[in-house]
Write a protein that binds this ligand. Structure first.
Ligand code: ATP
Ligand code: MG
Length: 555
């Protein structure tokens, strides 16, 4: 894959650590992991983490695991597992050997918990949720020791076994680490290691009714897999203490080459949310049609919208990695896709707001087959066949009865324009329906202007696009606007107040006949209109607008 040969732009703080670790001989092979929880579809924020983890490993000829952090069966399912694998692959990354699951280490986690109990470092606690909260204290007030904190080691062993064999009810007790109830880091105040959940797990079925917490499972998963650098987002900064504490207190893992956690800033993107919980609410409340609705900032939504994997990787390179949280300008993402598509997208003509145009001096019944370049700057991409006849469609927006000024470059009565890839025409008159709407525009064409300027030297300033009417194929166009009205919707806990009611506009028009077999994984440039790709979920000919031709956000 091309990014693997390219210099992956990494900020120095991660690169520096790795360079030092290689120089000191602490590590000889760099190993990272991407650890999604299968509780939703991946979004553009995950792409940042994927590019960072897989990119860093590739940059150092190392390895990167895909590990499902599947420790909470309540919210996870196999649909999410499948979609995540698909998205990572589509982005162009290969994980090392087979996919990993935290759940396949449940036996090891259990033994680790027993080791902590045996060392007097973990205990079974029967405080209720409310009591636990009260005992925990606050940032300003130290916590209090749980009355169960000094239960005898042998007793804790028995109680933990009972938890495992289902002898306690959900919520009745948890296993906690015995650390420090007065720590200034709240996560060190005897954090929960295991809780009871009578849920069927998508990988382990009903084998377990106790499930480890993230803080316990994550560092162990990393250590078991030989991860060297565990890259995660800044909100886990404090949790690095429990990460280290756990590994330092387990004999097998307390080694000089044990993994370490490094934090980087999350991607927050304008006009989008990168919270899986909130994205799920949008789906569940039908604000969008599905996780892969083209308005969603999910990888699958972007793919369906026509974004390429290369453009998403390029975006992740452009934004870089830092330790400062910020809101990323959506125009960076849009210019990544625009730059990619400008280079690779086949050109085509589509009329989105059709109006009929009749060329009165063109022979009746004649149809011409013309050749048009697939890409104007890349002749090697070849040509396509388009048609021309007496009757064509143009876009309503390309005609005005009267030219408003000298700068107007489209069609008007008594004004000439070039039809893209064909002749120069001049409008003579039009007729209207009973409501006064323009029905047909009448023109004459200059038969000596195919592929050349008029021989008398007159200049034709404007070019408009068209589709020949008898060969035109009907198509639906879905034109998207931002899903949210506010540039930072995470300011709102209730996202619905920021939803843009006009985020989808549907139009019916025509495309060139060669688009009848357009593939969903190919994005086209509809000349003068923007980039569009065929919708993968529709049987009919439906095109999603990926992005416009130019950034109009500042206009
Ligand atoms: P959410 O809060 O939406 O559920 P999460 O962080 O819990 O997100 P995970 O599935 O646990 O989602 O994420 C897998 C990896 O992706 C983690 O290492 C996480 O830090 C990273 N990640 C998640 N969201 C972002 C983001 N917006 N920017 C960068 N990395 C992210
Ligand atoms: Mg998470």
């Amino acid at each position: 894959m091309d990014t693997q040969n390219k210099e992956v732009k990494l900020t120095n703080f991660i690169r520096n650590v790795i360079n030092e670790d290689l120089a000191s001989g602490k590590h000889t092979l760099i190993k990272t992991r991407f650890p999604p929880e299968p509780n939703g579809y991946l979004h553009i924020g995950h792409a940042k983490s994927i590019c960072l983890n897989f990119g860093t490993a590739a940059n150092y000829d190392g390895l990167c695991n895909l590990r499902f952090d599947d420790t909470n069966p309540t919210k996870e399912n196999i649909e999410y597992v499948k979609s995540i694998k698909k998205d990572v692959e589509w982005l162009g990354f290969n994980w090392d050997s087979e996919v990993k699951f935290s759940s396949s280490y449940f036996d090891i986690f259990y033994k680790c918990a027993e080791e902590l109990i045996s060392k007097g470092l973990a205990y079974v606690c029967f405080l209720s949720n409310d009591e636990t909260r009260e005992y925990r204290g606050t940032l300003k007030k130290p916590g209090k020791n749980s009355p169960y904190r000094d239960t005898h080691i042998e007793e804790n062993f028995k109680l933990f076994k009972k938890m495992k064999s289902g002898e306690f009810k959900e919520g009745e007790c948890v296993l906690r680490a015995k650390i420090d109830m007065s720590s200034s880091f709240m996560c060190m105040r005897d954090p929960t290691l295991y809780r009871i959940r009578f849920e069927t797990h998508h990988q382990t079925n009903d084998d377990w009714c106790i499930y480890p917490m993230y803080d316990f499972a994550h560092c162990l998963g990393d250590a078991i897999e030989g991860v060297t650098h565990s890259l995660c987002t800044l909100e886990f900064q404090d949790n690095r203490r429990i990460y280290d504490w756990t590994l330092e207190n387990l004999d097998t893992f307390n080694t000089s080459h044990r993994p370490h956690q490094y934090e980087f800033s999350r991607l927050n993107l304008e006009y989008a949310t990168t919270s899986k919980r909130k994205l799920k609410l949008l789906v569940d409340n039908n604000y969008v049609s599905s996780w892969n609705d083209p308005r969603m900032p999910t990888i699958s939504g972007l793919r369906r919208r026509g974004y390429t994997a290369a453009s998403i990787r390029d975006f992740c390179e452009r934004i870089g990695v830092s330790k400062v949280n910020s809101l990323t300008d959506i125009s960076i993402l849009e210019s990544s896709i625009r730059d990619d598509l400008n280079n690779i997208a086949p050109r085509s003509m589509a009329v989105i707001n059709p109006i009929k145009l009749l060329i009165e001096n063109y022979p009746e019944g004649k149809i011409e087959s013309l050749k048009a370049l697939i890409h104007p700057q890349k002749e090697e991409m070849g040509t396509r066949e388009i048609f021309f006849s007496r009757e064509i469609y143009i876009d309503k927006e390309d005609f005005l009865e009267e030219s408003p000024n000298n700068k107007y470059k489209r069609l008007a009565i008594n004004k000439e324009v070039r039809l893209r890839n064909s002749y120069v025409i001049k409008a003579t008159h039009f007729d209207t329906d009973k409501d006064g709407n323009i029905k047909t525009i009448y023109c004459n064409y200059d038969s000596d202007t195919l592929g050349k300027n008029p021989s008398d030297g007159r200049k034709i300033k404007g070019v408009i696009h068209f589709v020949e009417s008898s060969k035109a194929v009907r198509a639906e166009f879905r034109i998207y606007d931002r899903l949210f009205l506010d540039s930072n919707p995470s300011n709102f806990d209730d996202l619905s107040s920021s939803i843009n009611p006009n985020s989808l506009e549907i139009k019916n028009g025509f495309v060139e006949p060669n688009l009848l077999n357009a593939k969903a994984d190919r994005t086209y440039q509809f000349e003068r209109e923007g980039y569009f790709c065929r919708d993968s979920e529709s049987d009919e000919l439906v095109f999603n607008k990926t992005v416009g031709l130019r950034d109009t956000s500042n206009q």
